[in-house]
Write a protein of this length. Structure first.
Length: 315
């Protein structure tokens, strides 16, 4: 719910605002765009606090990208969900906040993403959301003289809590008491989860986003593997971030069951690694040859060994 509260603070509590949200994969972009459009978009539709949600990734045509940029520029309050395809070469004025929801492939990418805000001397803010297993990236940035301050989320929550009547009036039980910020955040989480499980299409998008986020870890260069270790990632927390209630092992089993036996991606979801074809720069990064089985989403994550056939010499 950290992302939701940041968007509400930037676009609702501040009366107006423009936000760019960087995500790991195209599936994540599609899911977050659909989720926030169907929850916050509907909640604020009949108020004077409307937010225009748009999305951008490398699979879109140049014409569609141009339409997205024009819509985002003209919006009073807008949120653009994107992959790193938008980290360079675009100029959107008056972007108030950049939210990075995944560790960049390289430290330089953090700077390129951050450069989308505070254009032409204007003020802007950059927030980097990390899982506990990813905080080592702060040391990587520090080695390049980039120092980040830890954000007090309570300050954000207090501003959002003050406008809760605009958000939850139509989506919560009239008898439900939201006396504390914790009550408010819990109510928001339940609303988002209920929306995901109410719509089958949205639930499938959540699962695809979750699994593609896991697969994105394979695209990091070797120098970054100590920061973004798949084995250290808490898959339960990641599933919660995608508003999923199933266990990670159950999600992995569902995904594998829907693939043909001879599918190249059956043992590793390589069809949607970190970026789409147009989102990459330079050489295309391939997943490692040694791939992980879907059963490794369970605890332990021990790579299974392929049995070798014994060679029997012919007579």
């Amino acid at each position: 719910m950290a992302l939701c509260c940041l968007l509400l603070e930037a676009c609702v509590a501040a009366e107006r605002g423009k936000v760019i949200v960087f995500l790991a994969t195209q599936d994540s972009v599609d899911f977050e765009h659909a989720l926030f459009s169907s929850v916050l978009g509907v909640m604020l539709e009949d108020t004077d606090k409307r937010i225009d949600f748009v999305r951008l990734h490398g699979e879109m045509t140049q014409h569609d990208r141009a339409e997205v940029f024009n819509r985002f520029r003209e919006a009073t309050s807008g949120v653009l969900f994107t992959t790193d395809v938008a980290s360079r070469g675009i100029d959107v004025p008056q972007v108030d906040l950049i939210v990075q929801c995944c560790v960049p492939l390289r430290p330089e990418e953090y700077v390129h993403r951050a450069g989308r805000t505070a254009r032409i001397g204007a003020k802007g803010k950059v927030v980097l959301l990390l899982f506990p297993s990813e905080v080592g990236f702060l040391d990587v940035l520090a080695q390049r003289n980039i120092q980040l301050d830890q954000m007090d989320l309570k300050g954000v929550l207090s501003k959002v809590f003050a406008i809760k009547s605009h958000i939850l009036e139509a989506r919560t039980d009239p008898g439900q008491k939201l006396k504390t910020m914790e009550d408010f955040v819990t109510a928001l989480q339940l609303i988002f989860e209920s929306e995901v499980y109410k719509e089958t299409a949205l639930q499938e998008m959540a699962k695809k986003g979750f699994l593609s986020h896991i697969c994105s870890y394979a695209s990091y260069p070797r120098a970054m593997r100590h920061v973004v270790s798949f084995k250290a990632l808490h898959l339960g927390h990641l599933a919660k971030a995608y508003c999923l209630r199933e266990t990670p092992s159950a999600l992995g089993a569902q995904w594998a069951a829907n693939l043909p036996q001879d599918a190249p991606g059956r043992r590793f979801g390589r069809s949607n690694t970190r970026f789409g074809p147009s989102d990459r720069r330079g050489k295309q990064h391939r997943p490692p040859v040694k791939r992980m089985k879907i059963s490794e989403y369970d605890s332990g994550l021990v790579a299974s060994k392929r049995k070798r056939k014994k060679h029997v010499p012919s007579d």
